[in-house]
Design a protein around this ligand. Structure first.
Ligand SMILES: [Zn+2]
Length: 113
């Protein structure tokens, strides 16, 4: 369990991010994070930055999470992504490891029902 959650300077948060189903992403991120050098989980993007046109970032339903501060490197990032996916369930997507997601983990709310 990581205690601190920080937003990178340029991260833009809107009201929608505080809705329980979106906020839940950050609770689970803190709960499952395998350990960071600065004892913090960092959000590196919310509704900001450059994403694909229909990205959930622009509907305030996605976060990017920093992985370069993980104490155990890329293995830990993969484990963290898996742990988040397990806890969040099928209505959320966790993306890590493809060419666009090597330096962060993308998590979004995407209800399938
Ligand atoms: Zn993203």
């Amino acid at each position: 369990m990581i205690e601190n959650l920080f937003l990178k300077n340029e991260v833009k948060i809107n009201g929608r991010h505080f809705d329980p189903e979106i906020c839940r992403i950050l609770h689970i991120a803190k709960e499952t994070c395998p350990g960071t050098t600065d004892n913090a989980v960092w959000v590196t993007s919310a509704n900001d930055g450059k994403h694909s046109r229909l990205s959930k970032h622009y509907s305030n339903e996605a976060f990017d999470l920093r992985i370069r501060n993980l104490t155990e490197g890329a293995d830990a990032a993969a484990r963290w992504a898996t742990a988040m996916k397990q806890k969040l369930g099928e209505d959320y997507d966790v993306v890590y490891g493809d060419s666009a997601h090597l330096d962060h983990i993308h998590v979004e709310y995407d209800p399938k029902g």
